[in-house]
Design a protein around this ligand. Structure first.
Ligand SMILES: [Mg+2]
Ligand SMILES: [Zn+2]
Length: 200
């Protein structure tokens, strides 16, 4: 992990890739999934953090592995509904997500389950100006950090709740450019970095 925020962030930042579970909402215990909006528990300060990213002119996109669909625990339709509810709830607090992408597949069945790059490709297809050099990936799993790192993005690992931390925390910490306890803390660092950049 790099030692300073300034040396670890893109010099121009335009897109923030966010994992969902454990970043926006409380991660369920291992092996359990968010199957409906009523089970999604937003983490403290998340709408405010996203609103600040929105106000800074940054694109905010969510990239989420939803293997529970492949396991038959819920459907893609359920995930779309959860994201519609989440978006409405965020909008009621002055925040929004620019796009949601998710992988509905089981392990080793596709090119879109993080750490594979398919969800980045989907985002890039929708927003062709996205580049890895002007993007950052924020997540609470090793697979999120690998996803960003393999693509050549800067990465931020969120430590999250020790109760639900996955295996791979140590690897994630080591590979990530920066680590913070939460999305609000990471947002503070990102926005102070942007404020300190020289005006072109
Ligand atoms: Mg996660
Ligand atoms: Zn997939």
């Amino acid at each position: 992990m790099a030692d300073s925020v300034n040396s670890s962030l893109p010099s121009t930042l335009s897109t923030i890739f966010l994992d969902r579970d454990g970043v926006l909402n409380r991660k369920m215990p291992e092996g359990r999934y968010v199957t409906s909006w009523s089970e999604l528990q937003p983490l403290p300060g998340v709408p405010q953090a996203i609103a600040r990213l929105n106000q800074a002119g940054l694109r905010v996109v969510v990239v989420s592995n939803q293997r529970g669909i492949a396991l038959g625990l819920y459907t893609s339709e359920d995930v779309h509904n959860i994201h519609t509810e989440l978006q409405n709830w965020l909008r009621s607090q002055g925040a929004h997500i620019d796009a949601f992408y998710f992988c509905p597949h089981d392990k080793q069945k596709c090119n879109c389950r993080k750490p594979l790059p398919g969800l980045f490709d989907q985002a890039h297809a929708q927003f062709p100006d996205i580049t890895v050099a002007s993007s950052i990936m924020i997540g609470d799993s090793f697979s999120d950090i690998q996803f960003g790192h393999r693509l050549g993005m800067r990465t931020i690992f969120l430590e999250g709740d020790p109760q639900t931390q996955k295996l791979g925390v140590i690897s994630a910490r080591r590979l990530a450019d920066l680590c913070f306890p939460s999305l609000p803390a990471a947002t503070d660092a990102l926005l102070s970095q942007i404020a300190s950049l020289p005006i072109p």
